[in-house]
Write a protein that binds this ligand. Structure first.
Ligand SMILES: *Cc1c(COP(=O)(O)O)cnc(C)c1O
Length: 372
């Protein structure tokens, strides 16, 4: 338990903007001179609050931001100075092109249709519009496929009206350094660039940065690693942890051996036990798959979650903490630098990304530092 300020919410989510910005700087430090380091702040900066995260990264020196949807870009625009570029990974849906121009969003064009619509608008406005072109090199998710791309490069007028900032692609298996898919995608991406002389390239996400210089090109697009997620599977995490989650204790009680706990009685005390009910549940993104698997802690002592997680509460076995240490109104750690998003994800059967983006809207949020 910690002596944090009293909160009315069920938990306190602390977000360390200094650690976030250190992570951005340490990723940038891995790049060759001339290569830029963007920041992916889609999904509300992976759940951590884009309107706080993006300006902090801007102060650290970041100028290129990526969101997924046009409406995310519109919301982000007023939080950033005019010289920040906001790129929209999904590009505009038909009819949204003018909104992009109005809010100075740079679309990632993922299909010939999106390219054509952007060119039509450029012609109507009698201007040249900036864009990124995405080419699929082996993920089969977004971007021009090989036929579309071949057709494009054989037509000298194909990019008329477009100021092509970058051509980009996305890696499917970058966190697995042993995967042959990485080298295959790199080879295809180089072929793509060879057809577009003078155009800058962007391939790597967080994990891609750790595949080495060959993958860096002119702009890297980290997201998860900024927020503390380990970029390389099976290796120590070089990133600083960014979040701490502390749940508020609602009640404690002593129970006799043989007492069952929570919905469906999936846990039964084997000894006389002391237990605490904490005001965090699956409605807060504390995944129900952590029932009987999750871990809380107090003073660094791990304490097991017992029974099924409810919508608004979970229950922790605090028998091994000194009597009186944990009381109503106190806070128990649910995520901290010693038990971070990747460790929680492993127990929940998912990835750190999902733990972060599930973080609930009911938490009291406390931003630490300012990234300076
Ligand atoms: C989400 C995303 C990223 C960021 O990926 P991380 O693995 O979080 O670093 C980069 N590029 C594209 C196209 C994405 O969709």
């Amino acid at each position: 338990m910690t002596d944090s300020p009293p909160i009315k919410a069920g938990a306190l989510l602390s977000i360390d903007l200094d650690a976030l910005c250190d992570n951005w700087r340490s990723l940038r430090a891995r790049l060759p001179p001339g290569a830029g380091c963007a920041a992916v702040v889609k999904a509300d900066a992976y759940g951590l609050g884009a309107e706080r995260v993006a300006p902090a990264l801007y102060r650290a020196g970041c100028r290129d931001f990526f969101v997924a949807h046009v409406n995310e870009g519109i919301a982000l625009r007023p939080t950033l100075p005019a010289d920040a570029s906001i790129h929209v990974l999904h590009g505009p849906h038909p009819g949204d092109e003018r909104e992009c121009v109005r809010h100075r969003l740079v679309p990632v064009l993922n299909s010939l249709q999106q390219l054509k619509a952007w060119q039509t608008l450029a012609r109507d406005l009698d201007t040249v519009l900036p864009a990124i072109l995405q080419v699929d090199t082996g993920m089969a998710r977004l971007g021009l496929g090989p036929e579309d791309f071949d057709g494009l490069v054989s037509d000298s007028e194909a990019l008329r009206g477009i100021a092509l900032k970058f051509v980009m692609s996305h890696l499917a298996s970058a966190e697995d350094q042993g995967s042959p898919v990485n080298a295959l995608q790199l080879k295809r991406f180089r072929e793509v660039l060879a057809h577009l002389p003078g155009v800058r390239g962007s391939l790597a996400n967080s994990s891609g940065i750790f595949l080495g210089d060959d993958y860096h090109f002119d702009l890297v697009r980290p997201g998860a690693a900024l927020y503390g997620v380990a970029p390389v599977a099976g290796q120590p995490n070089p990133m600083r942890p960014v979040i701490r989650l502390q749940g508020k204790v609602l009640q404690t009680r002593h129970i006799a051996a043989g007492t069952s706990v929570g919905y469906a009685h999936t846990w039964t005390a084997q000894r006389p036990s002391h237990i605490a009910t904490v005001a965090v549940g699956y409605a807060d993104g504390y995944l129900r798959s952590l029932s009987n698997r999750g871990i809380a802690s107090c003073d660094g002592v791990p304490l097991p979650l017992i029974g099924n997680i409810s919508m608004d509460t979970l229950i922790v076995d605090i028998t091994d903490t000194p009597e009186g240490r944990i009381a109503e109104g106190g806070l128990l750690d649910l995520a901290n630098p010693w038990h971070g998003v990747d460790a929680i994800a492993a127990r929940a059967g998912t990835i750190g990304y999902e733990i972060l983006t599930s973080l609930g809207q009911r938490y009291a949020r406390h931003y630490v530092g300012d990234g300076e």
